[in-house]
Design a protein around this ligand. Sequence first.
Ligand code: AMP
Length: 279
Amino acid sequence: MKVLKTTKELTIFLSKESEDNVIAFVPTMGALHDGHISLIKNAKSSSDLVVCSIFVNPTQFNNSTDLEKYPRTIERDIEILEQENCDILYLPEVSDLYSENEKSKHFDFNGLDNFMEGAGRKGHFDGVATIVEKLFRIVNPDKAFFGEKDLQQLQIIRHITKQLNLEIEIIGVPTKREISGLAMSSRNKRLSETNLQKANLINETLHFIKENSSRYSPEELKQLSIHKFNNQSELKLEYLEIVSLENLHPITEFKERGNNAACIAASISGVRLIDNIIF
Ligand code: AMP
């Protein structure tokens, strides 16, 4: 695997490779786990050359301690990517992608950011879109792979890719889960065994909503689900929304099969977890 640390090196390398090869791109912030590996495997199986980036993007963090505390395990990440036969790791410094004091660009997400992560984390998606646009313009891939785990992010990236007229196919990859059903996340490492078990309520509730969607309305299911969270005290629910997959707005009636999603954010002992189910 080639490790390229500057935009210049990457651009020179890709200018020779991009003509005859299908290039797949997997952007990450590192601290790689099986969820990221699943993206790499998907990218490998449908391209000639896989570029993975590891960059902890400062503009998408609302809070500087969160940014400082973000896990960085670069040596292990390199080993993992080598095992997966990733072709290129792009590992830029902040100064390579942002000029001094540069802020996020403002995007129009057509309301996709009105609820859930967009409502609770002001400016987060402008930061995400700013870095994704920069990376897309540098790597110029044919395809880019993102996890369904971050569903709102995935839909927003699909939207800006169209808005910016970029000819990149955006591919959503199903969420990789622990045997218990808990969505894999670099934050799971910060949870004790007991809290890992308690966090399963998130996934159980998502399944409860999916399985009962022909019996109850979205609002009834929302109330029943909130009740499950209120019956315990450790896992604190931040939001639970049942939305249309198309615009990510809460729904009062279910859409056709495959066009609904239930999304949850909850925290336990200071660790914030998100998950969703599409049905
Ligand atoms: P991150 O490093 O957290 O920015 O994530 C990089 C990519 O990995 C994003 O597209 C995430 O949606 C995706 N991802 C994170 N966790 C999972 C998971 N458990 N299953 C599938 N994809 C994931």
